[in-house]
Design a protein around this ligand. Structure first.
Ligand code: F2R
Ligand code: MG
Ligand code: MG
Length: 303
């Protein structure tokens, strides 16, 4: 639900700079009208739903089934990334799941498409971080095989898992949280970005500075650390964290979705403002359906 809410809040502003958002709209605190309507979701949530469905049906990531589900759920109006469009087309044409990602980029995609959908892997496996990493990697590789695309997805999944483990009544100790993430992060570029986030958290910086330092782009490297920063900056407050994420500009739906996933994993669905939940689209695979998917995953985790 955190992914869904952040995606829907950020979607109308995707592609605008931090400055344009600040000057034109101020702080983003309401779901505003958009191409598919206020409160509608994009590729981020559509892919997250596909992944959650596979976890609910199999209890783990089954890559062939995930590939088929991403293709089955695909709605071209939801604003997919160019590389992901090519991969999904290849999968639809029958290219095996472990070959299809080459249809996008020879070396694989470093986009944030695998990270933006990964929250269900993080919450379902938060009690076993080794298993979480394995599941995150296999779920990413169905569409994203570039080391930075995979590492970004693993980092986001780990951050969701760690956020879920934290006591929701306490503030998260940012320095400790980032240190723990760095233990698992193999890529130097991500470690450097986490160090940068740690430095930036020490005092106030405006959204434009954060966007310049940590990024607001469609690559995993320039969006996952920024989302972790937004979660930690206002940890304990879902609304402020996600509003901050959207204010960075650029890839607002995705940084909103990833920040929402982190804040949601830490605080639970009741921390999401009721007016934001009420505004979410509620068609065939809308709000009620995603809530029920969450309940099904919780039951699997309990077992
Ligand atoms: N596609 C969008 N937004 C575009 C506008 C949508 C519009 N508002 C609408 O509604 O129609 N958003 C979605 O795409 C991002 C996720 O992207 P994904 O799935 O990772 O795709 P892709 O194409 O693989 O990667 C994104 C870009 O990253 C660069 N890139 C990736 N790998 C690269 C490589 N190996 N070499 C060079 N460049 C690479 C490319 O520029 C890719 O296009 C999310 O924001 C989601 O919301
Ligand atoms: Mg999107
Ligand atoms: Mg996006």
């Amino acid at each position: 639900m955190g992914t869904f809410t952040g995606d829907a809040l950020g979607m109308p502003f995707e592609g605008l700079s931090a400055g344009k958002i600040a000057r034109g709209f101020g702080r983003i605190e309401d779901m505003v009208e958009a191409r598919l309507g206020a409160g509608t979701y994009t590729d981020d949530t559509e892919m997250m739903i596909g992944l959650a469905e596979i976890l609910a049906e199999h209890g783990h990531v089954q890559p062939q089934a995930l590939a088929g589900r991403l293709v089955y759920n695909f709605n071209g109006d939801r604003g997919y990334g160019g590389g992901s469009l090519k991969v999904l087309r290849a999968l639809k044409e029958g290219v095996p799941w472990d070959q299809a990602p080459k249809a996008a980029f020879a070396e694989g995609s470093m986009g944030n498409g695998a990270a933006m959908r990964i929250a269900p892997v993080g919450v379902l496996n938060h009690h076993d971080l080794e298993q979480l990493e394995k599941e995150a990697e296999i779920s990413a590789k169905v569409t994203h095989t570039h080391p930075l695309g995979v590492e970004g997805a693993k980092l986001q999944a780990l951050a969701v898992g760690l956020a879920a483990k934290e006591d929701s009544k306490e503030r998260v100790d940012s320095a400790r949280f980032l240190e723990e993430l760095k233990i698992y992060t193999k890529e130097t570029s991500f470690n450097n970005a986490l160090n940068c986030a740690d430095r930036l958290l020490a005092r106030y910086h405006d959204p434009e500075t954060i966007a310049n330092e940590l990024g607001n782009e469609v690559t995993a490297l320039r969006s996952v650390p920024a989302s972790i920063y937004c979660f930690l900056k206002f940890n304990g407050d879902f609304k402020k964290s996600v509003s901050e994420a959207v204010s960075l500009g650029g890839d607002t739906d995705t940084i909103g979705a990833m920040t929402g996933a982190l804040a949601g994993a830490h605080l639970g669905v009741n921390a999401i403002p009721a007016e934001w939940l009420d505004a979410l689209e509620n068609g065939e695979k809308g709000r009620d359906y995603v809530m029920e998917l969450g309940r099904r995953l919780y039951k699997i985790w309990e077992q």
